[in-house]
Design a protein around this ligand. Structure first.
Ligand SMILES: C[S@@+](CC[C@H](N)C(=O)[O-])C[C@H]1O[C@@H](n2cnc3c(N)ncnc32)[C@H](O)[C@@H]1O
Length: 218
């Protein structure tokens, strides 16, 4: 399961393609909201399922504690940093240029993982690839990108392909309960995984269904 829920940014996310509420009374209310949904979803997952929760600096510290509490500290696998580049800077602090993806598993003894390969950057390994680290450097979707569907906070397909390929076995089922424009589900189908998704927004579900109809097989 990969979930990219609202981040509690405090501002509603709106665009031509969809909209969703992103405001909670306080961080504790956000974490309680997430806990309720996480606990309700766990019984539906496979016994050794991997769980990836995509959040950011606003709540990652609290969500890590939540996941330790609900799943157990031994189920923690990685705190991934998605370094995306886009966005502004501030004279008052270091520019915030990454999201956090917390990777847990339901069964630390037999979860599935295939280290993704990325291009090596050192001169010595020029032209070769190497195992990816926990810092994932993939640009956010820019305004001109062909894959852009106009959905607020749409994630890049390359990011989702890397995560799906690493964390779900071929033929396995990828579930995204907050699927938005359907990026995770497209990545799953392209890589020969099965896909299930849901979203509270009917516009998101319509967009996802339309998107998935155009996806070529693996
Ligand atoms: C950050 S967006 C997901 C974007 C998606 N990863 C993509 O690439 O397009 C968060 C999504 O969560 C959905 N959402 C908000 N509350 C929800 C809930 N209670 N149940 C399911 N989906 C919810 C929103 O409608 C929105 O589509």
């Amino acid at each position: 399961m990969y979930a990219d829920p609202p981040f509690n940014t405090g501002t509603p996310k709106r665009s031509r393609a969809g909209a969703f509420n992103d405001r909670f009374d306080c961080t504790a209310a956000y974490v309680a909201w997430l806990r309720e949904r996480l606990e309700a979803t766990l019984p539906a997952l496979a016994p050794a399922a991997n769980i990836l929760l995509h959040i950011d600096w606003r709540t990652s510290h609290r969500v890590r504690v939540l996941l330790d509490d609900v799943l157990g500290e031994s189920c923690f696998v990685n705190h991934l940093v998605w370094k995306y580049g886009l966005g502004g800077s501030s004279p008052r602090r270091f520019a915030r240029k990454h999201d956090d993806i917390l990777f847990y598993t339901l069964d630390p003894r037999r979860y599935w993982f295939e280290p993704p390969r990325v291009p090596a950057t050192s001169n010595r390994m020029k032209g070769l690839d190497k195992k990816a680290t926990d810092v994932i450097d993939i640009p956010a979707i820019n305004n001109m990108a062909a894959e852009r569907l106009g959905y607020p906070t749409q994630k890049p397909l390359a990011l989702m392909e890397l995560l799906v390929g690493a964390c779900c076995p071929p033929g396995g089922l990828v579930f995204d309960p907050c699927c938005g424009s359907g990026t995770t589900l497209e990545a799953a189908l392209r890589l020969g995984r099965r896909a299930a998704g849901s979203d509270i927004s009917p516009a998101a579900v319509r967009l996802t269904l339309k998107r998935l109809q155009r996806v070529p097989g693996p």
